[in-house]
Write a protein that binds this ligand. Sequence first.
Ligand code: NAD
Ligand code: MG
Length: 389
Amino acid sequence: MRKISIFGATGSIGQNTIDLIRRDPASYDVVALSGGQNIAQLAADARELKADVAVTADEARLDDLRAALAGSGVEAAAGAAAIREAAARPADWVMSAIVGAAGLAPGLEALEQGATLALANKESLVTAGQLIMGTAAKYNARILPVDSEHSAIFQGLIGEDMAAVERIIITASGGAFRDWTLEDMARATPEQASSHPNWNMGQRITVDSASMFNKALEVIETKEFFGCGHEQIEVLVHPESLVHALVGFNDGALMAHVGPPDMRHAIGFALHWPERKTLPVERLDLAKVGALHFREPDLQRYPALRLAHEVLELGGHAGAIFNAAKERALDGFLDHRIGFLQMAEVVEEVLTQLSPSHCRKNAEMTLDTVMETDHLARKTAGQVMQKLA
Ligand code: NAD
Ligand code: MG
C-alpha cells in the first residue's frame, strides 16, 4: 500500500485525484487531505478514504470540521501551519493541488521528507523555481508535473537527451475570449471569463486561461522544471485542446502529445509513474475529430505572454513578483474593482516598480525571501489598483 496525501483535495484537481484513488482503494493508505471552505466535501472524502488527518485552510472552520468528522477517527486540524505539519507527515506520494502561492510551503515540506511530489500547483514553480528544484535535489525527492502541458513534455522527453531538444511548444486553447476583440475584452465580466470552452477547472485558473496569464505561468514553469532557455519555449493557440505540447528535436522531429482534455490523464500518469496503467479517460477518435488547428497568439490581446519572457530575462525573485501581482490583480478583477485588461497593466507596473531591487540574478532564495517578496508585490499591486480605480 502506498501512503499518499492530497493538498487542495476539495478542488478540481483534488477531486479528479480522488476519483482515481477511489477506483482502487486497496492500493492507497491516505495520510492527509486538505481543503478550504467546503467542509462537507473534505469530511466526506476523509471518512470514505479513511485519512489520518483532514485540514481546512480556514482556522475559523475548525469546529465545523470537528463536528463533521465526529466519531470517524479522522483527526481534524486547521490553518496554514497545520497544512504544513500534515505535509511533513511521511508519505510516498503527495499531490500539490492548492491554488496560488499558498501551495509553496506545503510542497517544500513534502519534498523535505523525500516524498514524490505530483505538482499541479504551478504557482510554486513560478514563485520559487530555484528553491523548489534545489530542495528536490537536496532531499533526493522527485517532482512529477501534473499540468497537462508539462506532463506532455515530460512524456515526450522519456528516453531523450535534453541536449538534442531545440524547442518546446506548449499549446493554449485561447480560453473564453479566444475570438473576442480587444474592445470587448476590455468590458468582459468575471462571469464571462469564468467559463472555459474545453476544460472544466477551478475558477481562478479558468479566468487565467482567458487572459493567458495561465499560459504565461506555464512558460515560466517550463523553464524552471525542464531547465531550457526561455527563447526555446513557444506558445501556440490550438482551439481543440487535444495536442497538449510538442517537443522539437535537433533532427527536425516534433513529438506531440495528443489526448482528451481530461486532467485524470496527467494525474494518473504521475500517480502510476514509471508505469503506465489503464485510465478512465476517453479514447480519441481522430477520424471524428477530423482537423486540428494552430495559430500564433496575438501578443496585443495577451500581454501576459510578453511579460512571462520579461520575467525570465529578469530572473531572481521576478517570478514571485509576477505571480503575487497576478493573484492580487485577479482578486481585483473578480471583485469588479479593475477591468479584465487592467490585470496585465497592474502586473507590469508592479514588475517595473520592484524589479530594480528584487531581481538580482544571484540573490539567495529562501522561503523567507520569497514570502517577503510575495507580500511586497501584493501590497504594491493593491496600491496600483487603487490608483487605477
Ligand atoms: P480549485 O480552486 O478548484 O481548488 C483549489 C484547492 O485549494 C481547494 O481545495 C481549496 O480549498 C484550496 N485552497 C484555496 N486557497 C487556499 C489557501 N490559501 N490555502 C490552502 N488551501 C487553499 O483549483 P484547481 O483548478 O483544482 O487548481 C489547483 C492547482 O492546480 C492550481 O495551481 C492550478 O493552477 C493547477 N492546475 C489546475 C488544472 C485544472 O484542470 N483544474 C490544470 C492544471 C493545473
Ligand atoms: Mg496547463
